[in-house]
Ligand binder design. Sequence first.
Ligand SMILES: [Mg+2]
Length: 239
Amino acid sequence: MLIYDPGSFLRWLAIAYPATRPLANGKGISSPFNLIMARKAIIFDLDNTIYAVSSIADQLFAPLFKLLKESGEVENNFEEIKRDLMRKPFQLVARKYGLTEGLTQKGTHLLQNMTYEGEIRPFDDYRLVRALPVEKFLVTTGFLQLQQSKIERMGIRQDFREVHIVDIESGTKKEVFAALLQRHHLRPSDVLVVGDDPDSEIKAAQELDLAAVLYDKAGLYPDASIPRISDYRQLSAYL
Ligand SMILES: [Mg+2]
């Protein structure tokens, strides 16, 4: 019986036509992909890497914002906290701004029991990620139900070989990356990590000697010392 595996066909195509990388003189040979796949796998982050948290934040965080406001603990730095919540896990933000243990627990409990049922769409250039003939993994930090609901609403589950939702209290992305490499017999040079947070997935990648690309859609890190892209069209240079 013949089983059609589009992934392996695309990989074959990339190997069978190695002259597909654009030539140095700029007269690239046109091809389906314009790249040679050196990487066997890409590990993606979710929040601000596949979609913009700011696009759902008002609806998503409404109950949390209300809780914080009513607590009276965050009067002066509410806007800063809101901004940080777009990019960092709640527990880290709570620690940074010195929220009381009680308020942190209430906020955590709220988010733990939350799902997102509203509109949510991947970045427009995410369609290029979908088309990449390479194994993809999704590793995100956050609350299980909430992250799952976002993945479901975007319909992206099938884009990934594995999806990992890491609870910040009990695990790290670094541990998940290391286990993933071992499970799939991948060498560090086989893997590329793509994410928006220099302190999270990018740091974990560097600690494991994995190549990493900062997806800086919002232009927050113009001086970053690591490879940085603002559109997935630029990703081919790192594959
Ligand atoms: Mg992120």
